[in-house]
Design a protein around this ligand. Structure first.
Ligand code: 5GP
Length: 193
């Protein structure tokens, strides 16, 4: 098991409905030493790419993406979830269905902060059905930026997102892939990588 899998096995809590709670170290309370290690690991995996910006989505992607951006020495941009639609023109907009909240949000990024000269590393905490990543990819496409890779902290391998994104031809790296989890026993099974 790698450093992250060990931590998930120790502190992750399996909830009914295919939800893994990691809020004691990843997305509510954050273990900063672990964040630094995650930042270094994504840097190691994508060091061969000419990354100019790290792109993520609010809220839980932000903290992680900061540590990744610091390793690359580039800015981090996050897509904001917005209900308003009267901002077209200065914003790139995509529609994203939330796995955890079961609602649809528009996500927006100002045109000031992404352009065709950018080489992006897209980062998020979880990958489930892939809606969040597809929204971010669509914003990158609208900006004419190149997506050099996508980095996910925890991929739920039993949901379709990972397959969809890899089938689109993107380089997707997940630090931990959960292939099964049992809410009765709390057992979490990781994919050998
Ligand atoms: P997707 O868009 O791939 O269906 O879902 C990814 C988004 O939903 C992530 O940004 C993450 O915030 C949230 N998410 C999906 N599955 C889980 C989960 O099992 N636990 C937690 N804490 N968040 C999740």
């Amino acid at each position: 098991m790698n450093f992250l899998e060990k931590r998930i096995a120790k502190d992750g809590i399996v909830k009914p409905g295919n939800v893994l709670k990691v809020d004691s170290f990843l997305n509510h309370q954050m273990d900063i030493a672990l964040m630094e290690e995650i930042g270094r690991e994504f840097h190691r995996r994508f060091a061969d790419q000419p990354i100019t910006k790290v792109l993520t989505i609010e809220a839980s992607g932000i903290g992680i993406a900061c540590f990744v951006a610091k390793e690359f020495g580039v800015p981090m941009v996050f897509a904001k979830k917005s209900k308003s639609i009267n901002i077209e023109g200065e914003m790139y907009i995509a529609e994203v269905e939330s796995f955890t909240h079961k609602n649809k949000n528009q996500i927006i990024v100002s045109k000031k902060f992404l352009g065709s000269e950018d080489h992006l590393l897209i980062i998020d905490d979880f990958l489930a059905n892939g809606c969040a990543l597809q929204g971010l990819i669509s914003i990158a496409e609208e900006a004419g930026a190149s997506v050099e890779g996508l980095g996910i902290v925890i991929e739920k391998g039993f949901q379709i997102g990972g397959r969809v994104i890899r089938n689109l031809g993107y380089r997707l790296e997940s630090l931990a892939i959960v292939d099964a989890m049992d809410p009765e026993t709390g057992t979490i099974t990781f994919r050998e990588q």
